[in-house]
Design a binder for this molecule. Structure first.
Ligand SMILES: [Zn+2]
Length: 454
């Protein structure tokens, strides 16, 4: 294969990743709470607000959920890496698609088979986690509903993966040298589309929504959004209690379609606490966190696709993954359609364009995602802290903020003392004691009195 497309892909990947890096450095609120704290900043201390029993319960829960979480993550990663970086995955695809002739069907069967295999490998750990959640009263589901939810989520995975991979392999076959340019643009568009469509198309698969009825709470929340100059169309309630006892709220949609969604589990909380949570969500809306996140994600995906081209055209990697690099005569991928390939020395369905490269592709995606997670979490925690600061600015009520954080983390049995690895791998939000410490610092900066919580 000629060097020119590889050089172009390398330049494109560098530019896109540089753009992602620049956006992250420039738009991440590295200091979410501006201002000097009189007497120096307060440090996080679970002992100030949580009773010894609450701390002990959090610790016990943490050591019960960690084994299935780590074991599940490790199993999934090892399985896809072994499938992708040895000929096993290529053989598995060859075996599942042995009776399938046409390439689109082979891609579909391979995508469904691989995603199902990975999900099945994770299933024992998911069941283990779920039984821990139930033991601690965090899950309200019965097993049949739980399995149905898992099946639905697997079906969503099938649909998204199949569509994305069909488009990708079509491009690879049609434009063996420059497919990555189209795929990068398509990947960018797909991330944006999913971000816009998810609340409309996917959320209703898992939850039912109804309007929060007229009343004081609805009026207060809409008034707060108005005061914050964040246009909100509606306040909805999701029937989350069907599944969970945990408390949550979020804002979805953009501009005139924006709506506040409350978990029905939240409605029993005092109105001031609900306002504190909604204030945080309005902070996300006001700063367009979802929009920026979508842009960064879309640029990252585009960059990753360019990088993917470099890796998938490496003869060494293809050999290691057992992907045929020449299309056999009368190829079993059934591409005998009109017209020769426009790439010199690269026939249709060979190398990366062969559906048997799918395991390698998924392994590269899994590795990239895993490498990106700690960075994503780091940035996410800063953005969440800024939304907390926004809630405090809006409500000017740090004691309710602290009591809400206390209620949230006791109800959700949050980790009160995460270790470095947990911060890296799992924590998209600051831990509750960090969030409470920030409220204390906010109170000091603004001269608002705030006692010790418990
Ligand atoms: Zn948030």
């Amino acid at each position: 294969m000629s060097r020119r497309p590889r050089i172009a892909a390398a330049v494109a990947a560098t530019v896109l990743f540089a753009a992602v890096g620049a956006l992250l450095v420039l738009t991440t609120p590295w200091n979410p709470l501006p201002g000097d704290v009189p007497g120096g900043p307060v440090k996080a201390d679970p002992g100030l607000d949580f009773s010894p029993a609450e701390i002990a319960r959090s610790r016990a829960f943490d050591s019960a959920v960690n084994p299935p979480a780590y074991a599940g993550l490790l199993t999934g990663l090892v399985l896809i890496l072994v499938l992708g970086f040895t000929p096993l995955g290529s053989r598995f695809i060859g075996w599942t698609t042995a009776r399938v002739r046409r390439w689109p069907l082979r891609v579909t069967v391979a995508a469904v088979a691989l995603t199902t295999l990975l999900r099945l490998a994770g299933l024992p750990f998911d069941i283990w986690s779920e039984s821990v959640l139930r033991r601690y009263g965090l899950s309200t589901q019965e097993w049949p509903e739980w399995f149905l939810d898992h099946l639905k989520s697997l079906a969503v995975t099938w649909v998204i993966y199949t569509i994305a991979l069909l488009l990708l392999y079509a491009l690879m076959r049609r434009f063996p040298r420059y497919w990555w340019a189209g795929a990068a643009a398509g990947g960018f568009a797909l991330v944006v589309a999913v971000s816009f469509l998810y609340p409309i198309a996917v959320e209703p698969v898992f939850n039912k929504f109804h309007k929060l009825p007229q009343g004081q709470l609805r009026t207060d929340l809409l008034a707060m959004a108005d005061r914050d100059q964040v246009p909100v169309k509606d306040v909805l309630v999701a029937d989350a209690s069907r599944r969970t006892t945990s408390l949550n709220a979020y804002v979805s949609g953009f501009g005139s379609t924006r709506r506040i969604v409350l978990y029905d589990t939240l409605l029993k909380s005092p109105p001031a606490r609900i306002e504190s949570i909604v204030g945080h969500e309005l902070g996300h809306a006001k700063r367009n966190d979802v929009l920026w996140g979508t842009l960064v994600g879309a640029l990252g995906v585009a960059g990753a696709i360019c990088l993917l081209h470099l890796l998938l055209t490496s003869p060494r990697l293809l050999r290691r993954a057992g992907v045929p690099q020449e299309a056999p005569d009368g190829a079993p991928d059934g591409s005998n359609a009109a017209g020769n390939s426009n790439a010199a020395g690269n026939s249709k369905g060979a190398g990366a364009a062969n559906p048997r490269s799918l395991a390698l592709l998924l392994a590269l995606v899994a590795a990239g995602t895993q490498i990106g997670t700690p960075v994503q979490n780091l940035v996410s925690r800063r953005i969440e802290a800024r939304a907390d600061a926004h809630a405090l600015d809006l409500t000017r009520d740090p004691s309710t903020f602290v009591s809400m954080q206390h209620e949230l983390s006791v109800r959700n049995i949050s980790d009160l003392n995460p270790d470095a690895l947990e911060y890296l791998l799992w924590l998209t939000h600051p831990a509750a004691p960090d969030r409470i410490a920030m409220a204390r610092n906010w109170a000091r900066i603004h001269g608002v009195a705030l006692g010790v919580g418990r």
